[in-house]
Design a binder for this molecule. Structure first.
Ligand SMILES: [Zn+2]
Length: 67
């Protein structure tokens, strides 16, 4: 198995990290908390609308804005 991306899960991020799963069939995007082992283009969970397999399209850390 070729893994193109380094595992982000090995480092403990200080910011909350999110994973976006996108359904290739209906285009529904689901944002959820990042889980160890997630990487872009990995297979995600089932689409809540059409039950197709989703694909992880984005992993990002969200900056918390301090007022
Ligand atoms: Zn779908």
């Amino acid at each position: 198995m070729a893994q193109m991306f380094p595992s982000i899960g090995e480092k403990r991020p200080k910011m909350p990290v999110f994973t976006v799963e996108e359904c290739p069939r209906c285009g529904t995007k689901t944002k959820r908390a990042f889980k160890n082992g997630d990487y872009v283009y990995r297979e995600g969970g089932d689409c809540p609308k059409c039950q197709a397999k989703t694909l992880i399209t984005q992993i990002f850390a969200e900056l918390i804005k301090l007022q």
